[in-house]
Design a protein around this ligand. Sequence first.
Ligand code: GLU
Length: 505
Amino acid sequence: MSERKVRVRFAPSPTGALHIGGVRTALYNYLFARQHGGDLIFRIEDTDSNRFVPGAEEYIIESFKWLGITFDEGVSFGGNFGPYRQSERRDIYKKYVQVLLDNDKAYIAFDTPEELDAKRKEIPNFQYDASTRMTMRNSLTMSKEEVDALVAEGKQYVVRFKIEPNEDVHVHDIIRGEVVINSSILDDKVLYKSADELPTYHLANIVDDHLMEVSHVIRGEEWLPSAPLHVLLYRAFGWEDTMPEFAHLPLLLKPDGNGKLSKRDGDRLGFPVFPLEWHDPKTGEVSSGYRESGYLPEAVINFLALLGWNPGNDQEIMSLDELVQLFNLSHCSKAGAKFDFEKGKWFNHEYILKKDNAEIAALFMPVLKENGIEAPMDKVITVVGLMKDRVSFIKDLWGTCKFFFVAPMEYDEKTTKKRWKEDSPERMLELADVLEALDDFSLENQEKVVMKWIEDKGYHLGNIMNAFRLTLVGEGKGPHMFDISAVLGKEETLRRIRRAVEVLK
Ligand code: GLU
């Protein structure tokens, strides 16, 4: 068993946008697969036709493309174990439902919803199981002829799993250790419905994991209660020797207070819970996404990787490749992970710093364009290099860098009051003359010449620089003065100084 090839799967149901917790599940599967030279499968679990949402599958695929999580097989990727969309595997499931029926591990039940409701009213805490099944309308209580006749007639039925009571079921979980539950608390789960000729999640999930040779099931904690049932199903099929190992990941918790992270928390506190913007086709509601909110995919990956796992030291910044090296499934935490979205912002800032200025500039270009600015790439790269340490999002560069591209139209009142002295107009005109005389307008040369001029004249350095800043920026902020003038160039610098003098005289 230990030499078994690692094959894991991410198996979403296309019921809407992919929640960020689902992204983390996919990421952990990806890291585990890559680390073991295994395969990652993308399977679509769409047997619940009532919950199907058009566009969800495409959305999920696009999300992973953006994030850089790659699959080896599955829907849209191909592979030898297909089809990978469960709605295309009806005949396979039918065959396996029949295997269970033939081996007395499952039975056909005709109880209508009304009959079941009546039972629930009659018996408190009614459960369809070993203690009640012999009082119901099913193939255990009816003759074979009767059952065959009803089926032939087209009566709707379900196939239920016949769970033997009073048995301790052991689930070995890589993260949680041994989980034991008694089979008597389980009900005879519906495995198949004749109405749509489709299996339920439980049967399809087990049959597919078996046929696709899945070695490890890594999924969210919400599936832990299903695990004992799944173990029993593997056993009923006689597949215990190839049963996958389980790992149920910790819940993602609200940033504040207790409980599971929900979309409402995101709306309330102002952060996305979906990787990409999502347009709900039913309600028309638009939900924000990490991509559209200005997050870098690398930052999202790094942030999510640390929600439920850590490398055992205080290293926080890790590339996808490093994560593949360091990740350890058995070191994931059992306790839920608080979704600290401020930390997510911090990661984005760190990745903006880490990335090449040219790469950030390319991402900033469309923002400039939106603001009506066409600027040469080399200028944008320089500006990004000067300013990127001040922002957490690329779109925020505009607010911080605007003055590099647009001359100030007015001058901040407070700054002017404080920094524009009586002699400022005269000094600034002098400075303009000094700068105009320069052939070499490099930062270094400007600095050298201007400093010497200030010294020779005995001027107040602070006063000159503050006034200079006001003329170029329109307020008191910005990087080193000569960085600004060097980027603006001689002509623009002179124009701005002289215009400010004109306006502020
Ligand atoms: N289709 C289930 C989901 O939507 C898959 C659960 C599992 O991984 O077994 O999460």
